[in-house]
Write a protein that binds this ligand. Structure first.
Ligand code: HXC
Length: 523
């Protein structure tokens, strides 16, 4: 019979503690760990080992246990209650984590599992450090009922309250079903691991029963479904290791909190580096596309771009770069896809990125080349007015440094939506190839010269003539620059050095807005 704790020697107590702790650290045990590995997944402890700098992880509340006795849970040991919580250093900076472990009761979330997550989220907020959730769970612990749902609600509440205060990142590394998808949705960034993760509010069986649609897990809620179709996932990664490496890369661009300085890295690139290749990037033919990412890369330190939402709404690129070692958020039309037009998804993608950057003091650099907002019933009925308004709102409310560069087309509402001067750009520049006008020349002439065109002997020739004079007046940067709406016309090759000088000049920018409870962004 085991000795009473009070009768044990100190050495025995320490030995018993180590034994107990080792048992908890073993999580779901050998068999479950092997199953996890066979599926190509790492365990939560192995993931934590990859995320944090060696030896820096400090576990929090390892000894917490569930206290449920229903449906077979009485006396059932679930080590660490299925979730490892704590903090450590990622490249020398403190980050808090909650890592669900599928090997322990499927990482299912019960009352105490949730309270461990609450605790570590509260610590992250109080410490003003980023929070990372590694999700791998069968969802609400079915045996615990309402306490599990209450647990989720407390997480959603904390995600929402911490939003804009500390960066929050979710990595989906296994199943995430039902309401469990909403914590990731409330965080700033969602990573998913290919072949091993999915997110949906109801799985294929329910879909089949309710709407008689047959769909696989992957098709319904796999990484590429969310990375390319829904936009829920910002980064579709190859495997656990790739996922965690990319989480670390993202963290390297982010401050610890909205009150913390930006992470500046030593810069080996030069502030006045010219980019002669940019002088030839704009095609002579106005209707031809080109890859805006080439321009972003040319301007960035060492050509490095870190791009969320690479596969979704490709007509707009959002990306983190560094200029002279300081993080910058880039928003740019990409004429390679759909002429860089703004549609519902592109507007959502850009607006959320702008708001994230503004919340965390990351300056905004905008490159414009678009024919406007996307017309048509599909877009109108999907609410392009509502979604497009998000960009206007996001840019207007942003108080970080805002610099914009028109590379080619900047027409109508699209021109405004890409951080025009009137939305508070601190400095608006244009390349000589810029065309800044209310609309395309022929369309404009059809409206203002309708009678002249229809009454002409050769209406097409008349339209062409009139359009040429409209183009000469408006489809260039000179008229806008003569009014100071464009602050400067620059050579493409000078873009990096101009932007670097402006960002340096504006790095102490402080702007305040009206005192109120909060804005009401169109949702
Ligand atoms: C309790 C769970 C569980 C859960 C898994 N387990 N999910 N226990 N509650 N939600 C347990 C299993 O009983 C098993 O325990 C162990 O975890 C491993 O699970 P397996 O089924 O053996 O794993 P696998 O075959 O890989 O299947 C994975 C799975 C399946 C597809 C995720 O476990 C599954 O369907 N789970 C239930 C999913 C679900 O419907 N969740 C509720 C969603 S609704 P033992 O003891 O045998 O090892 C929801 C609402 C949230 O989450 C609302 C928030 C607002």
């Amino acid at each position: 019979m085991e000795k009473d704790q009070t009768q044990k020697t100190t050495a025995e107590k320490i030995g018993a503690f180590i034994e107990r702790k080792n048992l908890l650290l073993s999580m779901g045990g050998e068999k479950m760990i092997q199953k996890q590995h066979e599926q190509g997944k790492l365990t939560a402890r192995e993931r934590i080992g990859l995320l944090f700098d060696p030896g820096t992880f400090q576990e929090v509340q390892l000894f917490v246990k569930h206290r449920s006795s229903l449906f077979g849970l009485a006396g059932k040991e679930i080590n660490a209650d299925g979730v490892i919580t704590g903090f450590g250093q990622v490249n020398g900076r403190v980050v808090f984590v909650a890592a669900q472990d599928f090997t322990s009761s499927g990482g299912s979330l019960g009352e105490m599992h949730a309270q461990k997550i609450w605790k570590v989220m509260d610590m992250a907020v109080d410490a003003r450090k980023p929070f990372v959730a590694l999700n791998d769970s069968g969802g609400a612990r079915i045996q615990e009922g309402i306490t599990a749902l209450h647990g989720y609600a407390g997480i959603f509440y904390r995600n929402s309250i911490a939003s804009g205060y500390i960066p929050q990142i979710s990595a989906i590394m296994g199943p995430t079903a039902g309401g469990a998808v909403y914590s990731p949705a409330l965080t700033d960034w969602v990573f998913m691991v290919k072949n091993n993760s999915y997110m949906y509010i109801t799985g294929p069986d329910v879909v089949k029963a309710v709407i008689a649609e047959e769909v696989s897990h992957e098709e319904l809620g796999g990484p590429m479904a969310h990375a390319a179709k829904s936009g829920v996932c910002h980064f579709a990664t190859e495997n656990d290791e790739d996922c965690l490496n990319r989480v670390k890369t993202l963290l390297s661009y982010l401050p610890d909190s909205c009150h913390s300085p930006l992470p500046v890295v030593p810069c080996t690139d030069s502030a006045d580096r010219e980019c002669p290749e940019l002088d030839a990037v704009i095609p002579d033919k106005a209707t031809r596309g080109y890859d805006m990412k080439k321009i972003i890369a040319a301007v960035a330190d060492n050509q490095e771009i870190f791009e969320p939402h690479e596969f979704w709404a490709k007509n707009v690129v959002v990306a983190f770069i560094r200029i002279m070692g300081r993080p910058v958020g880039v928003i740019a039309n990409n004429p390679r896809f759909g002429a860089g037009v703004l549609d519902v998804n592109a507007s959502d993608k850009a607006a959320r990125f702008i708001r994230f950057c503004d919340a965390f003091n990351i300056p905004l650099l905008t490159f414009t080349d678009l024919p406007g907002y996307m017309p048509g019933t599909q877009q109108e009925w999907s609410g392009i007015i509502r979604h497009g308004a998000k960009m206007l709102h996001a840019y207007s409310e942003a108080t970080v440094p805002k610099i914009s560069v028109v590379t080619r087309k900047a027409y109508g509402g699209g021109y405004i939506a890409m951080c025009a001067k009137g939305l508070g750009a601190d400095y608006a520049m244009a390349w000589p190839s810029a065309e800044i006008a209310v609309m395309g020349a022929e369309g404009a002439c059809n409206v203002i010269y309708r009678r002249e065109i229809s009454g002409a002997a050769d209406p097409a020739a008349k339209r062409r003539d009139l359009a040429a004079s409209y183009e000469e007046q408006f489809n260039n940067p000179y008229f806008a620059a003569s009014l100071g709406i464009i602050d400067e016309i620059i050579l493409p090759r000078e873009t990096r050095k101009r932007v670097a000088a402006l960002l340096d000049a504006f790095k102490e920018k402080v702007q305040t807005r009206l005192s109120k409870r909060h804005n009401n962004i169109p949702l």
